[in-house]
Design a protein around this ligand. Structure first.
Ligand SMILES: Cc1ncc(C[n+]2csc(CCOP(=O)(O)OP(=O)(O)O)c2C)c(N)n1
Ligand code: SF4
Length: 341
């Protein structure tokens, strides 16, 4: 709702900049999902900040009629942490690609999640460097032939959801650019979560890595290849609901035929489990290409929020020692004057 009481629409979140991604790029659909969902969330453009690093995905703040910062490569979570700490009244979203966030920016990403800074971090994963014209990225599969891996990549790729769960992030989800409704619902859930929220978005780079997710996202295979996680529900999928997830004898999630095990043996998804172990095990189901892959919210638990803890500590320190004076602090102790010789 605007100040005049008129409901906001997608248009209110669109900037006057011409959108410059390649025709057919998955980034268009992701931008649209963000611009469609924000009016539904009841936030105003002036209450939002989009922070990015460098890359095709990182151009997104240009296209938003909100505050925004296009920072340096990989540093968006660090810049966004500063914004979130100093302006906790704003909604801070971070946008980046898999290269930006997992290669040069990997360190910043994991610490923002570990600390639980109140950021909504969308990682647009196209398994390639798009902007710099098609070098392999930390999510490219083994054997990937690119300009920088002419004999095929020998690096083991990150599973971004597993990585985020490994930091014990409070909110971890996955969605994809072929389903606007699912993206909007996932972004809405991330926004509603208090604390760091990590969302991996499978995104097609139709120029340098076309069809990277076709094995699970093409319309004719989606029912059998996408596992939609829904809190409190048995994990069931397949064209006729014939497939499901059960825990095997080692307590590991595995794909089964419902007819073989019986519906009551299927795993019930619990995104609020305090221990991330089972969510991590579920995230491993996507560890090979062309295998059934979970999407949706893997984990949604409350943790102490970094900004709140910082403010609490500052208040306690001021109460004990009085209000601080930065100039006085800098002039305290061993100081010296650099004079002319
Ligand atoms: C310090 C630094 N190193 C390298 C680069 C070159 N560079 C720009 S974007 C990019 C990777 C982009 O890939 P990704 O983050 O996956 O985003 P995409 O373009 O695919 O959306 C690289 C390596 C840079 N801009 N700055
Ligand atoms: S290079 Fe790929 S990711 Fe970048 S705009 Fe073009 S299609 Fe999109």
């Amino acid at each position: 709702m605007s100040d005049t009481g008129v409901a906001l629409t997608r248009k209110d979140f669109e900037s006057d900049q011409e959108v410059r991604w390649c025709p057919g790029c998955g980034d268009y659909g992701i931008l649209a999902a963000i611009q469609f969902v924000l009016p539904e969330l009841g936030v105003k453009p002036e209450e939002m900040v989009f922070v990015s690093g460098i890359g095709c995905a990182a151009r997104l703040p240009y296209y938003m009629n909100t505050y925004g910062m296009h920072g340096i490569h990989g540093r968006a979570p660090a810049i966004a942490t500063g914004v979130a700490l100093t302006r906790p009244d704003l909604h801070v979203w971070v946008i980046g690609g898999d290269g930006d966030m997992l290669s040069i920016g990997g360190n910043h990403l994991i610490h923002a999640l570990r600390r639980n800074v109140n950021l909504k971090i969308l990682m647009l994963n196209n398994q390639i460097y798009g902007l710099t014209k098609g070098q392999y990225s930390p999510t490219s599969e083994i054997g990937k032939v690119t300009k920088s891996t002419p004999f095929g990549s020998i690096d083991h790729p990150f599973n971004p959801v597993s990585l985020a769960l490994g930091t014990e992030a409070g909110f971890v989800a996955r969605t994809h650019d072929m389903d606007r409704k699912h993206m909007m619902e996932t972004f809405r859930r991330a926004h509603e979560h208090r604390g760091a929220a990590f969302v991996e978005v499978y995104q097609n780079c139709n120029v340098f890595n076309d069809g990277a997710f076709a094995g699970i996202l093409k319309r004719d295979v989606r029912a059998d290849m996408l596992i939609e996680l829904k809190h409190g529900e048995r994990i069931i999928f397949g064209t006729d609901g014939q497939l499901g997830i059960t825990l095997n004898e080692f307590g590991e999630p595995s794909v089964c035929n419902v007819a073989d095990v019986g519906a009551d043996k299927l795993l019930v998804h619990d995104e609020h489990r305090a221990d991330p172990t089972l969510a991590f095990a579920l995230s491993r189901l996507a560890d090979a290409p062309n295998v059934p892959t979970p999407v949706g919210v893997f984990r949604d638990v409350e943790r102490p929020i970094y900004e709140v803890e910082v403010q609490r500590q500052l208040a306690a320190a001021s109460q004990r020692s009085g209000p601080g004076d930065l100039a006085e602090l800098l002039a305290t102790g061993s100081t010296w004057t650099v004079g002319e010789s």
